[in-house]
Design a protein around this ligand. Structure first.
Ligand SMILES: Nc1ncnc2c1ncn2[C@@H]1O[C@H](COP(=O)(O)OP(=O)(O)O)[C@@H](O)[C@H]1O
Ligand SMILES: [Mg+2]
Length: 329
């Protein structure tokens, strides 16, 4: 397939982007493109470099080297044009709690030069979209966490940006509220043609994205649709829950020469056919495991497969003992 390269076909273009803080590369040379109308997710643990990248794209910080374009404008030399083309929802709330929902929006609208009937129309539209029209005259201080987030998303959309940046849009919210927020985010490309660039460290949220870049230690280690990333893991994942994963890994790796990765409950094996493996593996497991599982790869598995550690933990030793000699069955 030929990738279209016509001007404007990509909402975000990033090439060899680097950002150092002192001697540390928070962003260590990343390249990617986000297509117009796409929901694109940056998936990575805390400290991976997600916010730093987003801040550079939103012109709030400058790259140490490399370049980036948003809405076909250069983020360094055309920062004003970039700012007019984007909406931004920060990880930390930035609403004024002493104002009403409508006042928060109209203040933001004026900053972007919206006024009169057009401002009122846009306020009605975005409040409707996030189902807060009935609360427009209420003080934001009386809103729940989920309502505040929805209002921030509405505010980010008020000036009809081409690209909406969302930095961990649902962090700290309960599962029900997260689903509601996602429902709103998912409608954006279809209703307004808005491109969404978001960061998350929630694997279940990354599933909603059209494409994901997995970022770890400032580098993109994999990129693709959720399905593509899962498929790259292999056919099946066999999980072995154990109190002694190291001992178990030795036995399994020695006997089967399979790459094992550590999970928080034991070991996981990425194999072409889990049923075939289990038939010969089970006799070895007596007394060594609490439970055995078999499933199709999830994004959790994909994340571990590509980074060598779980998203919620500090990096674990990657027990890819026999990765290169993996025996296909
Ligand atoms: N202003 C800064 N000064 C120094 N170090 C920073 C600054 N901003 C971010 N970092 C460091 O850069 C790395 C990436 O941070 P960040 O982009 O916030 O990661 P994420 O958003 O993925 O959690 C971290 O190690 C962080 O401590
Ligand atoms: Mg962050």
């Amino acid at each position: 397939m030929v990738e279209l390269n016509a001007p404007g076909s990509h909402a975000v273009v990033v090439e060899d982007l680097v950002r150092h803080f002192g001697g540390v590369a928070a962003v260590a040379g990343i390249s990617f493109r986000v297509r117009n109308g796409e929901i694109f997710g940056f998936l990575g643990p805390n400290g991976a470099g997600k916010t730093t990248t987003m801040r550079i794209l939103a012109t709030l910080d400058r790259p140490s080297s490399g370049r980036a374009e948003v809405a076909s404008y250069d983020v360094v030399t055309q920062s004003q044009e970039v700012r007019r083309s984007i909406g931004m929802v920060f990880q930390d709330p930035t609403l004024d709690l002493r104002l009403t929902a409508a006042e928060n929006l109209s203040f933001h609208g004026m900053v972007y030069g919206l006024r009169g009937a057009h401002l009122r129309e846009r306020m009605d539209a975005v409040l409707e979209m996030v189902e807060l029209a009935g609360r427009r005259r209420d003080l934001v201080a009386t809103f729940s966490g989920g309502m505040k987030r929805r209002l921030e998303i509405a505010r980010g959309l008020l000036h009809s940006p081409q690209v909406l940046f969302l930095d961990e849009p649902t962090v700290g919210l309960d599962p029900q509220t997260r689903r509601t927020i996602w429902k709103h985010i998912c409608t954006l490309p279809d209703t307004d043609g808005t491109t969404v660039f978001m960061t998350t460290h929630y694997l279940d949220e990354a599933e909603f994205c059209d494409r994901i870049a997995i970022i770890d230690h400032g580098q993109i280690v994999a990129m693709g649709t959720p399905e593509e990333l899962k498929r790259a893991v292999g056919g099946d994942v066999v999980t072995l829950d154990s109190d002694d994963p190291d001992g178990l890994a030795e036995v399994v790796c020695k006997e089967f020469q399979l790459p094992c990765r550590r999970s928080h409950t034991g070991l996981a094996l990425d194999v072409p056919d889990g049923g075939i493996l289990l038939a010969s593996l089970l006799p070895l497991l007596a007394g060594r495991v609490h439970s055995v599982g078999l499933h199709r790869p999830t994004l959790d598995d994909a994340f571990m497969h590509f980074t060598g550690h779980e998203i919620r933990d500090e990096p674990l030793d990657y027990l890819a003992v026999a990765r290169s000699t993996m025996r296909r069955q």
